[in-house]
Design a protein around this ligand. Sequence first.
Ligand SMILES: Cc1cc2nc3c(=O)[nH]c(=O)nc-3n(C[C@H](O)[C@H](O)[C@H](O)COP(=O)(O)O)c2cc1C
Length: 324
Amino acid sequence: MTSDHIFYLAPIRGITDHIFRNTFEKFFARFDFQITPFIPTVKGSFVNPCILRDIDPSYNDIKRVVPQIIGNSPQEIKVLANKICELGYSTVNLNFGCPHAPVTKKKRGAGILPYPDMIRSILDQLPFQNCSFSVKIRLGLENENDIEKTIPLFNEYPLSEVIIHPRTGIQMYKGSVNLDAFQRCLSLSRHILVFNGDIFSSEDFIHKQKLFPQINRWMLGRGVLYNPFLLGILRGQNPDCNITYLRNFHDEIMEQSSQILSGPSHLLGKMKGLWTYMASSLVDGKRILKKIQKTSSLKNYNELIDRLFNDQLTVQSSEAVSLR
Ligand SMILES: Cc1cc2nc3c(=O)[nH]c(=O)nc-3n(C[C@H](O)[C@H](O)[C@H](O)COP(=O)(O)O)c2cc1C
């Protein structure tokens, strides 16, 4: 399609860990940047290394991976951000967009958006001298007009970019993205903006590209989980959408995850989580997903997956995404 666009892997907690990030690129296509799922801030000045395991530089490309922090205490954010910068990362992303009630109730994620003063006190204490910072936001928590206050506030700080998912928090993933509101963000912001939301096919991409010709940064989340070939398609690489890639991708994720997860039920849960998205890339994906969800042991799961891959599975036409 075009080569001068910059693509970001969206953080999807529970799915896009370092194993996914690396394995995806091995079998499908390469992102320009990958934002990690959020790392919550911790109290005090000691950051337990186990919370940084997913961003260990020995298995992350620190030039392209951007760790994400969630929190609302300026001091705690500063401590964690400094720790991440010490690992060699040059950019840290702040999550001001998570819509889940247990998070927003604590005025974290999208829950902070109605409180510009809280955001200001965080931005005031960011160690910009140590690394750069970007933010990932929604339009607001309940009110899309929160952006009228947040964007001008962000304008006062040297953020490297502002990633916008143009829905409100209470909207979760329902309805459609608010493209008029994104247009408003474009006129309000002095920063580089990244568009994120509902890019599931090349038609979706072309539509958004036409609406926002000044944007060349795009973040893809569920779209690449539904259809892992999507990034290659958008890059105009004409990928060979062969089922073998999905099989190898699946097997490698499973093998590597088995080495870090404790016990078969965690592994089974993780693989089922992946299939809730990936089944969309298959002909008859809904029925296949039901079968997978019913398996209750790793043995049954492995037998089913073998059977499915050996006999029946076919990749949908590369554009089709049916389960949404
Ligand atoms: C299960 C799930 C987990 C997510 N985890 C995160 C996260 O850790 N950090 C974050 O900023 N966004 C998170 N998101 C939001 C996505 O990054 C993205 O903004 C959203 O899915 C919209 O983009 P899409 O339409 O391309 O999927 C999550 C979304 C889902 C569905």
